[in-house]
Design a protein around this ligand. Structure first.
Ligand code: ADP
Length: 436
């Protein structure tokens, strides 16, 4: 039996049969009039109850929100119970789909790439949050707007129209000139397209920094190489140079070679520092001993032209001795090289506010405020000539910065043009070792 047949049989058995039996009983006991009357009354009651229940259900279906689901007993109760159960299942299913959709949207908004779905006419259908920053697409404001109306960069419309462009479109949004994006278009379904934008600003910056670095290194090596090759040409001409000149040229060539060697040394030091995140080994560095060594090296470099004062008031410092020596040595050598003869240089190790502070203070040429933020950049020099004349490579402070970073220390530079400078490296308290 089908489900419908079963329901009909149940209805006939429970509702129609009792009315029929009552009518037959009335017929036999009180006559045919009573029999017909009971049958008519029973049917009328049945129709009334069904009409009332169907009206209640129809009214609820018209505006289900907020209204209680109709309740009933008997056959209608069974039907309404099943309907309520089915509705509950549907609501649960819808809530599940909504939750999944919300988490999918959240995930799409967390994607750093801009994503925009456009239809065949390039009208915006959907976009994620990054697309707002990259392309200025914001929903619901731009729902149905043609994407070319928002991204007006010349060439973009043509790129979008071209079916399968091999390389991405490079976009520099006028509102954020400093940022660069690449755009790719991926076919989506039959007619839609997915526009993907990628922020490549940092990658471009790194690329340009790398090429600037290579250009700088080449330039730095080119000058001494040109000098050496020029002298070598003279050397080949026996008649043009006498023995005295030959000696002088050889001396100058050796100066240039030393300059190239120190540049290569600094470059190797920098690349080694950049290759590893932390020093290979650390120990408790006896600062009194290190300062003694720095004084000896400083005196040899100064050759009696400056007055050197060394003060050691702090405990041992936990770190890599070789690296710390290189960083502090660079600061001392700079102080000597940028301080005219007769000047004073103070090298100090002390504790301030619980932190270890190594400082080098000089009464030298000083640095104008506008140069200070860039001093630790590779090859940045305030006075190129003076740096070269004193054997500088332009990499000293870049090395200092790296080493301090690896020791969680901060570099602070105070300087006044013509009045001198103080370079201060502050180490965290946990690197200090109090004597046992
Ligand atoms: P360089 O080899 O040219 O000295 P550094 O990286 O050590 O390179 O320093 C970068 C620049 O900072 C120097 O060229 C110089 O202009 C400036 N500088 C560094 N130390 C001092 C200082 N003690 N006094 C004045 N200027 C300094």
């Amino acid at each position: 039996m089908t489900r419908r047949g079963a329901w009909l049989a149940k209805f006939l058995l429970r509702r129609v049969l009792p009315i029929g039996c009552l009518a037959v009983l009335a017929w036999f006991s009180h006559g045919p009039v009573w029999g017909w009357a009971i049958a008519a009354l029973g049917w009328a009651l049945l129709v009334l109850v069904h009409s009332w229940q169907s009206a209640a259900l129809a009214a609820w279906l018209d505006s289900p929100d907020g209204r209680p689901f109709p309740q009933a007993g008997g056959a209608w109760g069974e039907v309404l119970g099943k309907l309520a159960h089915w509705l509950n299942e549907q609501t649960q299913h819808r809530e599940d789909v909504e939750t999944r959709l919300r988490s999918f949207r959240g995930a799409m908004d967390a994607v750093p790439d801009g994503l925009v779905i456009v239809d065949a006419g390039h009208r915006i259908q959907w976009s994620n949050r990054a697309a707002g920053a990259h392309l200025g697409v914001r929903l619901p404001r731009d729902d149905g707007v043609m994407i070319e109306h928002l991204v007006r960069t010349p060439g973009f419309a043509e790129y979008l129209a071209s079916a399968d462009a091999p390389s991405p479109f490079v976009l520099q949004v006028p509102a954020a000139r400093t940022r660069v994006y690449t755009i790719r278009v991926v076919p989506l379904g039959d007619a839609n397209k997915l526009v993907v934008s990628l922020d490549v600003t940092d990658a471009r910056r790194v690329e340009s920094m790398r090429s600037t670095f290579v250009a700088n290194v080449s330039h730095e090596l080119r000058t001494p190489l040109t000098v050496v090759s020029g002298f070598l040409e003279y050397f080949t001409d026996e008649a043009a140079v006498d023995a005295e000149q030959r000696k002088q040229f050889a001396h100058l060539m050796s100066d240039q070679t030393a300059r190239m060697l120190s540049l290569v040394d600094d470059l190797l030091t920098l690349s080694r520092l950049e290759a590893e995140d932390a020093p290979a080994s650390e120990e408790d560095v006896d600062m009194a001993d290190l300062l003694k060594q720095l004084r000896a090296e400083g005196q040899s470099l100064s050759d009696g032209r400056h007055r050197l004062e060394v003060i050691c008031q702090g405990p041992a410092l936990h770190g890599n001795r070789k690296e710390l020596h290189s960083a502090f040595g660079n600061l001392v050598s700079n102080a000597i090289r940028y301080t005219p003869a007769g000047g004073e240089i103070r090298i100090e190790w002390a504790v301030s506010d619980g932190c270890g502070v190594f400082s080098v203070c000089d009464s030298g040429v000083g640095v104008a405020a506008e140069h200070l933020p860039r001093l630790t950049e590779r090859f940045y020099r305030v006075d190129r000539g003076r740096s070269r004349d004193t054997g500088g490579t332009g990499l000293g402070l870049a090395i200092v910065k790296h080493i301090l970073l690896r020791h969680q220390a901060k570099l602070k530079i105070d300087s006044e043009l013509g009045a001198g400078s103080t370079f201060r490296a502050t180490f965290p308290d946990w690197r200090l070792r109090t004597p046992a």
